[in-house]
Write a protein that binds this ligand. Structure first.
Ligand SMILES: *Cc1c(COP(=O)(O)O)cnc(C)c1O
Length: 581
């Protein structure tokens, strides 16, 4: 555990999305979930940290699906006035030469033993601002790149000011993904205003680096935020553009937010060991470490598993390491807790979707953002083979969920493909695609199915966290070896891999393995060797939930990143080398 006598620096955590509360639609997926779980564990551990994000008065969106799986979106407005505490401070940021006024709402995350984390949700909906500027903090990932850049100014530069105005004496800045990278520009400006004016020197860059931590989440170059020079000049103005020139953060004619964050961070990490390596290869000029993601155990354990853990290992609530001793919980009790979690899910599906699923039938779960690389419809690639397994090996039913980004046509097609596939096997396999997948559904589905399926294209799943929620609830993963599963997978012990470690990325062999293992390993074990299956469930708790939690993760951030001293900081490129070219 963290020793409170260690002098942990005060950290400011910046994230474009944070899932704080099921009633606040301020997140879209895994990134926001991770941010929320991070803050919940930070509060549990009483680490001195404050967080900054945007308020998103219109939320992300409410998903509606028609009978073909065609997605339509509605806003999900909410009013911070009723839930959050108004902060008096007003920041002023310059956008296109205009002054935009920024206010903040405060939400407080409560930890298990009384620690708290203040979160500032920035808001430009003020009468001083133009109608367009008032909209800037309304929609999460809602506009074009101009809108996005404006939001990033509010987050990075507005957030920095608000923290100062409120009176927080921040000693470290943690950028959760590149969206917050303009914060580094703000810190550089602050540094320059305190020293003699003039050109940016290595000393100035080093000074900002000694303050900043950057966590990258995207293992593909196309996933990184980029803005054209023209747009940057127009929105940020000539002075700041010149400063970005001096700091050498351009990648040709574009401002790449990952490069900006890399250039100004003294500690950089990926979110799983493999993702750290992939990121290191993408950015060879920088030293990139890895801290594997986790989930907040108390948030994601189903009521029946909370009771079970309380009974056998009560200390798990304050110290997740004790989940290791789930190894000695009797199998019957694990099974009973799972039956209750499954009933709870099926009850909710019946009530909200009007579909009857059978509690005795082997249930496969798949729910996450409908993004093309996640290949939600892969299980239906060969419908005939899937039907045969269900008919000949043992009955199967399927639970899906996930929203596609409103402008992601590929993601939307994926949802239609799942509907299409499901209709082809309808005579033997019942499928339900829950509408409007969110934090509540996430908790229900990850705990209530019998196996958690994940088949992204490698190496695009930086970490993935939904499988960790499953593991915590004794639901084994059946997953492509990518992200966290490379670390959590022991074949037949904690779950199963889709494809093998040695395989090159090969769609066909993955599909083959998907059906092959269902037919010969997983479904037969479920029906014919229930004791063995329950043992895999128990192993997933003891071996994986005890490690893949945000309590362990936050402790690693504290000791590896926040407490990093000058003398043990890995070397980072120097200005003179022009590394950003
Ligand atoms: C956990 C969670 C995610 C992240 O799922 P991945 O499988 O890691 O992509 C996304 N959305 C919701 C609602 C979640 O609960």
């Amino acid at each position: 555990m963290i020793n409170p006598k260690q002098n942990i620096p005060v950290v400011a955590y910046f994230s474009m999305e944070i899932a704080l509360d099921p009633n606040m639609p301020t997140y879209s997926g895994g990134l926001g979930m991770l941010a929320g779980d991070t803050l919940r564990s930070v509060a549990d551990l009483a680490v001195p940290l404050v967080a900054v994000t945007l308020v998103y008065r219109r939320g992300y969106f409410r998903q509606h699906l028609d009978s073909n799986g065609q997605q339509t979106e509605q806003p999900q407005p909410w009013d911070p006035v009723h839930t959050l505490e108004a902060v008096d401070a007003r920041a002023k940021v310059e956008i296109e030469g205009r002054t935009v006024c920024v206010r903040a709402w405060k939400y407080t995350v409560q930890g298990v033993t009384g620690g708290t984390v203040p979160v500032y949700l920035l808001d430009t909906d003020l009468p001083e601002n133009t109608p367009a500027d008032r909209e800037l903090t309304n929609s999460l990932y809602g506009g074009d790149s101009h809108y996005r850049l404006c939001q990033e100014i509010v987050l990075g530069l507005g957030g920095l000011q608000i923290l100062q105005l409120v009176g927080h004496n921040i000693q470290r800045y943690h950028m959760n993904e590149g969206h917050a990278a303009l914060l580094a520009l703000g810190l550089l400006e602050r540094r320059l205003s305190q020293s003699f004016a003039g050109r940016v020197k290595q000393l100035d860059v080093d000074s900002v680096r000694s303050l900043c931590i950057f966590t990258t989440h995207t293992p593909v170059p196309a996933g990184h935020d980029e803005f054209t020079r023209e747009l940057v000049e127009f929105v940020l103005g000539p002075e700041r553009t010149a400063l970005l020139d001096e700091a050498k953060v351009w990648k040709g004619d574009v401002l790449n937010m990952t490069y900006l964050a890399l250039q100004f961070s003294g500690y950089v990490n990926g979110v799983a060991m493999r993702h750290g390596e992939v990121s290191q290869d993408m950015f060879p000029a920088y030293v990139i470490s890895a801290i594997t993601n986790g989930v907040h155990a108390l948030t994601w354990a189903a009521p029946s598993f909370k009771e079970l853990f309380d009974r056998y290992i009560p200390a798990w609530r304050t110290d997740n390491n004790y989940l290791r001793y789930a190894i000695s919980i009797p199998l019957d009790d694990i099974r009973e807790a799972h039956v209750r979690a499954k009933k709870r899910l099926l009850g909710e599906i019946k009530e909200r979707m009007g579909v009857d699923l059978d509690p005795d039938v082997f249930t496969i779960g798949f729910a996450r953002r409908a993004s093309t690389y996640k290949r939600a419809a892969l299980l239906f690639q060969d419908p005939e083979r899937l039907r045969r397994i269900a008919k000949e090996v043992g009955p199967i039913q399927l639970v899906y969920g996930g929203k596609a980004h409103p402008r992601d046509e590929g993601g939307k097609k994926l949802i239609r493909d799942v509907f299409g596939g499901a209709s082809l096997v309808r005579d033997v396999i019942r499928t339900v695609y829950v509408e409007n997948y969110d934090m509540r559904w996430g908790a229900l589905i990850t705990a209530g199915v019998d196996v958690w399926l994940n088949n992204p294209m490698r190496p695009q799943e930086a970490s993935g966290t939904s499988g960790m929620k499953s593991a915590l609830n004794g639901v084994p993963s059946f997953s492509v070896r990518d992200g966290w599963w490379i670390e959590g997978h022991i074949e037949g012990v904690t779950g199963w891999s889709v494809g093998n470690a040695e395989d090159e990325e090969d769609h066909d062999s993955e599909v083959n393995s998907l059906y092959g293992k269902l037919a010969s390993d997983i479904v037969p074990m479920y029906y014919k060797q229930p004791e063995r299956y329950t043992n895999v469930m128990r192993m997933s708790i003891a071996l994986n939930a005890s490690f893949f939690n945000t309590q362990r993760m936050v402790q690693q951030y504290v000791s590896n990143a926040y407490m990093l001293r000058k003398d043990n900081r890995p070397s980072v490129p120097q200005l003179a080398k022009g590394e950003a070219e």
